[in-house]
Structure formats: structure tokens, C-alpha cells
Design a protein around this ligand. Structure first.
Ligand SMILES: O=C(O)CCC(=O)C(=O)O
Length: 260
């Protein structure tokens, strides 16, 4: 089974959801016109890292953002891995990924588990308690947000549960973009799965973001790469490759779980 991916490596306007909604709408329409099956947006595409103003900016229960993405998905007959949005939940503010299927149904929400102190997330957000795993058109998949990729045991859990594609959405800063690239390749190799990772470009008052969105195959080879400019990254993934690699080097059979 093959799937066409479009990763929206966009700039995000700081603290201005209205502008960002218009941008995303245009990007998603452009991506759909390429014949993409699955469109991936970056982290916090609605507000950026304007965490101090979340009380006025965050989307209550992610309702408006879900409706917006859902309408686009249904109208264009595409799946949207809706990056993440700033959600005002009953437990506090969350950084929440939304996954919408072609019928416009919300099939997964995942709020970021590992909060990144270097960007003050722990001061403004609460961590999520969701599972990362979901099934997308028959494909076991999982979703992660930015700093999560530094915790291999968290992604491993999804691989052990059967994930064949791992989506990563990010606002990863430029000074550590080499870590981003190496970590994503490592997560793909060790879990023998596709890693489809979308990072934003541009800057906010505190950080410059590095782009370099990547699609990495289960052998660790880079299928597509975004560079550092605003652009759409297109790639086709072949799910049979996951089974081939897992047969060739059967790490899930050879694990010695009882020892670690
Ligand atoms: O781990 C890093 O270096 C970047 C993480 C990050 O920017 C985030 O989680 O928002």
C-alpha cells in the first residue's frame, strides 16, 4: 500500500490565529491539488509560541480548530494530521495534535506529553495523558510533538504496539536542527517504521526555526527533505517496506524484554 504525503513546512505568525487559519487553508488546498492523501501541519500552527497570551488565544476544547480542519478534510477528501493547536481544556492549556480523516471525523487527539522547559512550556501548559497510537485507513500509526522525539522509549512503545508510520509535528529551533535530523533518522531505524516529520520555518521574538521537514523510511533513508525555506514537501511512502525491513532484521522478535 502506498500513500502520498504533503508536509506543510510553513511560517507561523506569532499570536495571530486569524492570519494562520487563512494561511493553512491556502496551503491545504494547494496540497490537496497535488493529489496528496495525507497532509501534515506543524506544531502550534494557530498561535505559535505566544504562550503568555494563551488565555485569549487558545481554542476552547480545540473546537474551532477541529471544525476548520474537519471542513477542509471533508471538502478536499484528504486526511489532515493537524499539527498541533493551543487548546484550552478543563485541566489547563494543552499543546494538542488533531488527526482528521477524509470524512472530516476527528479520529485522534494527542496532547504533548514531554513539555519543553527551554521554551517555557512547563510554565503555561499541562501535559497530556493520551495514547500516541491511532489507526489511519487501516495503517497502525502514532503521533508525537517536537521534544517527544528525545524520548525513544515513548516512541518505542508505539512501535511495539505495531505503529508503521510515526508522525512528528514541530517548532524545532534552528540551532539544534542537526539533533532533529539525527534523532528522526534514529527513531526510524530503531523502530523500523516511516517517520513523517513536519517542522515550521521563520522566527518569533525568541527563536528561529529550522524547517528541514523529513520523511525517513524504515531503513533510515531520507525520502524527502524540506531545507530551510517555506515550502510543501511531497513524498510517497510504501508500507510494504516496513514489513520487508522487519522481516530482514527481526528486532521485535529478537528483543529481550525480560532483561530491560
Ligand atoms: O528538543 C529540542 O531541542 C527542541 C524541542 C522543542 O522545541 C519543543 O518541544 O518545542
Amino acid at each position: 500500500m502506498k500513500k502520498k504525503m504533503a508536509l506543510i513546512q510553513m511560517d507561523v505568525t506569532y499570536g495571530d490565529p486569524k492570519v494562520n487559519f487563512a494561511r493553512v487553508s491556502k496551503w491545504v488546498m494547494d496540497a490537496a491539488s497535488t493529489g496528496a492523501d495525507i497532509i501534515v501541519l506543524p506544531e502550534l500552527w494557530d498561535t505559535g509560541y505566544d504562550l503568555e497570551r494563551l488565555d485569549v488565544l487558545a481554542d476552547k476544547d480545540a473546537k474551532a480548530t477541529t471544525e476548520f480542519l474537519s471542513d477542509l478534510a471533508k471538502q478536499l477528501n484528504v486526511v489532515i494530521i493537524g499539527g498541533s493547536v493551543a487548546e484550552e481544556s478543563k485541566d489547563g492549556m494543552k499543546n494538542t495534535m488533531l488527526v482528521i480523516d477524509r470524512n472530516g471525523e476527528l479520529i485522534q487527539t494527542y496532547s504533548k506529553l514531554h513539555l519543553f522547559q527551554l521554551m517555557d512550556e512547563h510554565l503555561h501548559l499541562v501535559e497530556g495523558h493520551d495514547a500516541a497510537d491511532f489507526e489511519l485507513e487501516g495503517v497502525p500509526s502514532a503521533g508525537f510533538i517536537c521534544y517527544d522525539i528525545r524520548f525513544p522509549e515513548w516512541l518505542r512503545k508505539s512501535a511495539v504496539n505495531g505503529a508503521k508510520v510515526m508522525y512528528v509535528v514541530a517548532e524545532w529551533p534552528k540551532p539544534r536542527i542537526d539533533h532533529w535530523r539525527v534523532l528522526l533518522q534514529a527513531r526510524a531505524i530503531e523502530n523500523q517504521c516511516y517517520v513523517v516529520a513536519c517542522n515550521r520555518v521563520g522566527a518569533d521574538p525568541k527563536n528561529e526555526f529550522g524547517g528541514m521537514s523529513l520523511v525517513v523510511d524504515p531503513w533510515g533513508e531520507i525520502v524527502a527533505e524540506g531545507g530551510s525555506e517555506e515550502k510543501m514537501v511531497l513524498a510517497e511512502i510504501d508500507l510494504n517496506k516496513v514489513d520487508d525491513v522487519r522481516q530482514q532484521i527481526p528486532i521485535f522478535r529478537d528483543r529481550r524484554e525480560e532483561r530491560y
